[in-house]
Design a protein around this ligand. Structure first.
Ligand code: PLP
Length: 348
């Protein structure tokens, strides 16, 4: 006898990247931003500390208003959540019943599988084509939810508006989720497509481009009707007071945001060039990480040797990725250390 639902007992929990407790690591394994958040975020959080005895405002109204201005969309089309992972969970809880089909492409973000399993859904993975595009034959007509990260993680590759439109057209009775966790680094968004596709949902996060992974903030964008439904299954105090004032300050400091973003994009070009110069194959990335291919020594060896030098990158021991490392973009100094470590590992 078990107290636990079968689908929960049977599922694997999500495995996040390793988080070392001690200092001194070059941490390039969770696609965090290497730069601190805007000083205005820190000021706003300090000023809010005196109000912690009161519940937060439940709808994050000021954040929604500011995001609406920034993205040119109505505040009623936005939900603020506890990380974009919460937004993903909310939309599955709202749209998927046990046995319904949930589709993701492979390889992409592995949490989609866990989320589908929580609902007791039938989860199907469809392989990307060899050049990381959508396959010719999609076969997603019956899906209740289809996930498409754009840019994709872990490849960093981008899908076109045409790809998204095609999916929305095929998945008539289901929702297409364009997960833009890394969208800022590609400077693209499907948010403006919402007016044409009622089954489109776009998710974004403050964890990457706004350097706020620790504050847990996400945004969901959809039609007003969908957002109204999603709002019912949200924990009503999911975004705490510090997160709300932090999010607002972050959105209001677009100068800081843009200059940070440009630094990451510049380092991404530099890392791609320098790895290529070492003979490492790198997929051109539109995100804040690159996927780099190693053959001799193997990716697993390089991963372990980097780890011995206190440099953490991400290794996935799964088909199509087992000869690759996903490397987050760090500061210039971290990139210097990474490049010289890889050069010495390859020369050994
Ligand atoms: C593709 C993708 N989507 C969503 C998330 C979740 O981000 P958040 O920190 O907003 O929950 C991540 C985090 O790494 C991600 O890689």
């Amino acid at each position: 006898m078990s107290y636990i639902r079968n689908n929960v007992e049977d599922m694997n929990g999500y495995i996040p990247g390793y988080q070392p407790e001690e200092e001194g690591w070059v941490k390039l394994n969770q696609n965090e931003n290497p730069y601190p958040p805007s000083p205005r975020v820190l000021d706003a959080i300090r000023n809010e500390l005196g109000s912690l005895k009161c519940y937060p405002e439940t709808s994050s109204a000021l954040v929604r208003k500011e995001a609406a201005k920034l993205y040119g969309i109505a505040p009623e089309q936005i939900l603020v959540t506890n990380g974009s992972d919460e937004m993903l969970r909310i939309l599955l809880e709202s749209c998927v019943s046990p046995g319904d089909e949930v589709v993701a492409f492979y390889p992409s973000y592995t949490y989609y599988r866990t989320l589908a399993a929580m609902q007791g859904a039938y989860f199907r993975l469809i392989d990307f084509s060899d050049d990381w595009g959508l396959p010719e034959k999609l076969g997603v007509e019956d899906a209740k939810v289809v996930f498409l990260p754009n840019p994709n993680a872990p490849s960093g590759t981008l899908f076109s508006e045409g790809d998204i439109a095609k999916l929305c057209g095929i998945v008539l009775d289901g929702i297409v989720v364009v997960d833009e966790a890394y969208g800022d680094f590609a400077q693209v968004s499907a948010i403006q497509m919402l007016k044409d596709y009622p089954n489109l949902v776009v998710t974004r996060t403050f964890s990457k481009s706004y350097s706020l992974a620790g504050l847990r903030l996400g945004l969901g964008f959809a039609s007003q009707e969908l957002i109204r439904q999603f709002d019912k299954v949200r924990d009503f105090y999911d975004v705490d007071r510090l997160a709300q004032v932090g999010a607002l300050a972050a959105l209001q400091d677009q100068d800081y945001f843009r200059s940070n973003l440009q630094k990451v994009i510049n380092t991404r070009s530099r890392l791609t060039k320098e790895l290529s110069a070492l003979g490492v194959e790198v997929i051109p990335s539109q995100a804040n990480f690159v996927l780099a291919k190693f053959t001799n020594p193997t990716a697993k060896d390089v991963y372990q040797q980097l780890r011995e030098r206190k440099i953490l990158v991400r290794y996935f021991e799964t088909p199509r990725l087992e000869d690759c490392l996903r490397i987050s973009i760090g500061t210039d100094e971290e990139t210097d250390k990474l490049i010289s470590a890889i050069a010495s590992i390859l020369a050994d």
